[in-house]
Write a protein that binds this ligand. Sequence first.
Ligand SMILES: [Fe+2]
Ligand SMILES: [Fe+2]
Length: 401
Amino acid sequence: MKISILFVDDDRDVIDGYKRMLFSMKKEWEQFYAISGEDALKIMEANKIDVIVSDMKMPGMDGTTLLSKVMELYPRVLRIILSGHQDDIKIIRSTTLAHQFLLKPCDTNQLMNVIENAFSLRTNLENDKLMSILNGIGQLPAIPKLYLEIEELMSSPDVSLERVSKLISKDPAITAKILQTVNSAFFGLPRRVTSLIDSLNFLGTNTIKSIILYLQSFSSANYPPETRVYCEAVGSHSLQVALTAKEIGKIEKKDKQLMDDIYIAGILHDIGKIILLQVPGYYKKMLILNTTGLKRSIDIEYELLGVSHEWVGAYLLGIWGLPKSVIEAIAFHHSPSKINESGVTALSILHVANAFVNYKGDKFSGNELDVDFSYIGNLDLIAKLEFWWDSTKKFKEIDNE
Ligand SMILES: [Fe+2]
Ligand SMILES: [Fe+2]
């Protein structure tokens, strides 16, 4: 499927620059150009647009007004701000108006990466069903603001744990929840951690960043009261999977980048289940279909909706701009053989960690694990399963208090 992109900038030289830069992408991207917000809305009325890339400062309708109209009228369109001013980006980051922010000048590769990552999943066959489910939901949650602020701080040269800690502690509610989470039995820290700076020292900034995503994604405050217990259960399952996956990554001596990806993929792998709670009537129907609690959630989803939480989650994280390996691991965590890969990757680790945590028995039994054996066999991992199990079963024995 061709992606259609609308570029909006009042400066004709900038528009000509885009045209030159993206000439080679003509086959893959249908391109539209507008020189004002008004012009952009007219184009959107007449054409199906997937992505809008807009300037901020424009005479007449400015970028902020344009994007708020697009958000209201076409909530599924990916909104990107491309601005020449760091300050403008800071302001718009504090809102949910844009999904991605780029600083001018931005090269073709950077722009292509952002757009292709967000849309890499759209070519899938399930796309039409997924889109109709997402359209029924309306607005998807935005990536937590604090997460973006930490990322921005981490990319500055004078970043320090003190500065990260200072930034997080501006929000006392989240600070209290972080301390509660890191002191829970899940993390098995040698002593009680009483300050943010200690948590950062023990667990590292990337883990704390993921915990922020976890806390905000599974916070029952955002969902109807009858789904609270379910949200919390998906949340603790996710944390167990993340820790199990990270342990397997450690055993396999994976590099830091992959370890961070695995952890974040573990925490967010089932976020699609939470998003699906917004589909009217879905939660009730799901409970009726699964009175015994034995049916696999993914089978229920296909039966009721024709789409799985893997894709819903992956789509959201594409919009949030998370790394491709994380998105891929989430998109295929129940069906890993749909993708071609070799070696131990974030996906294979996530697939196994999820099966370990879901397995009800306490003795290792290869046959009863809900893993795709032909996939695991092709990767030559079957012989490793028992050792991975022995090294990670401690995470299964934890009760979240
Ligand atoms: Fe899942
Ligand atoms: Fe899961």
